[in-house]
Design a protein around this ligand. Structure first.
Ligand SMILES: C[C@@](CO)(OP(=O)(O)O)[C@H](O)COP(=O)(O)OP(=O)(O)OC[C@H]1O[C@@H](n2ccc(N)nc2=O)[C@H](O)[C@@H]1O
Ligand SMILES: Nc1ncnc2c1ncn2[C@@H]1O[C@H](COP(=O)(O)OP(=O)(O)O)[C@@H](O)[C@H]1O
Length: 299
């Protein structure tokens, strides 16, 4: 018997970053949006092991550091049983790309093992286990569009009308999330910019609720973007190219280095992806739509 869970990537439509907390995290206003780039995680009975396959899986650990393995151990500990599951990850979400691929795999492994072990784990408990594994993990279970407060784990679903069309410019190599948050703090200190308390953007919420892509494009913001650009200046060219080719909006996804571009419709997305590929400003381009559901069992 095996269980397969399909789980989406995310892009952050608003990432408001507050001051550094005593515990090393930052309070966020994090508007998550699940998009149609998916990993598939299959668990089979057996000793704990992780295998990973996919077009670009460099840097994904296959030992106990893999977030999916940590999820297996965490759930087994909660249930008071041995962490017996062999995990296989089919990876399409870019690695260390600011699209929460590791978090997605952790969420998928939680759900898959709960099913494999026939354990009745209520959703709020699964969400708490997910939050222990990482700030982005609960959203991968929920999917759709949602705002995350605290370190991003306290989620409230948002009303989102229709479907939005995205193009993602994938970069060579990743960016480390802690390094990007640290660079954000460094830049704020260097420019004596006080980190204010972030607030949800009313323009963004209205654009989502009405399904207005043009208004959404104008409302996209990411407080980590200056830090990602400081660590990876070439992203400036990528973002400028998308703007030049008529994207409705563009931003770095989370801690980067993936850049996200909003298109008017599927045809516009295909044109935008082709123009960005031609300009040579990305390792690869991927078109996707959002919102899509969170982690769910396939078999
Ligand atoms: C920035 C975001 C935006 O959604 O994602 P990515 O773009 O990396 O995917 C998240 O906040 C990343 O969440 P996640 O990748 O789960 O991070 P965690 O494992 O919880 O934390 C890793 C490290 O990031 C920093 N961190 C994370 C979350 C937060 N609210 N404040 C922080 O300062 C801390 O240095 C922490 O030690
Ligand atoms: N299942 C996994 N998939 C991808 N990366 C993982 C996984 N487990 C652990 N990692 C580690 O987490 C780091 C961040 O990966 P990822 O979640 O893809 O990016 P991001 O935090 O930028 O969204 C990787 O560089 C890798 O070392």
């Amino acid at each position: 018997m095996s269980v397969t869970v399909k789980v989406p990537a995310k892009v952050n439509l608003q990432l408001g970053v507050g001051p550094l907390r005593d515990d090393g995290y930052h309070d966020l206003v994090n508007v998550f949006h699940a998009v149609s780039l998916f990993d598939e995680v299959t668990v089979t009975p057996g000793p704990l092991a992780v295998t990973v396959a996919g077009a670009s899986v460099e840097g994904v650990p296959t030992g106990p550091d893999n977030l999916a393995a940590k999820a297996v151990v965490r759930l087994a500990g909660h249930l008071g049983r041995a962490p017996e599951a062999s995990v296989h990850i089919e990876k399409a979400i870019p690695v260390a790309g600011g699209m929460a691929g590791g978090s997605a795999d952790a969420a998928a492994a939680l759900l898959a093992c709960a099913r494999l072990w026939e354990a009745d784990v209520p959703l709020p408990v699964l969400m708490d286990l997910a939050a222990d594994l990482g700030s982005d993990v609960p959203f991968a279970l929920l999917g759709g569009t949602a705002v995350g407060l605290g370190r991003g784990e306290r989620l409230t679903p948002l009303s989102c009308e229709g479907e939005f069309h995205w193009v993602f410019a994938l970069a060579d190599g990743g960016l480390s999330t802690p390094a990007v948050f640290a660079e954000c703090d460094r830049l704020r200190a260097a420019f004596e910019a006080e980190a204010g308390w972030p607030h949800e953007s009313p323009d963004l919420l209205a654009a989502l609720a009405s399904g207005d892509a043009k208004a959404l494009g104008a409302a996209l913001t990411n407080d980590l973007q200056p830090a990602a650009l400081s660590l990876r200046p070439s992203l400036g060219r990528t973002l400028a190219a998308g703007r030049e080719f008529g994207a409705l909006g563009e931003l770095v996804s989370g801690s980067g280095p993936t850049c996200a571009f909003l298109a008017a419709d599927a045809e516009h997305a295909a044109e935008l992806a082709a123009a960005l590929a031609e300009a040579g400003v990305a390792r690869a381009l991927a078109a996707a739509t959002g919102p899509v559901p969170g982690a769910h069992v396939l078999s």
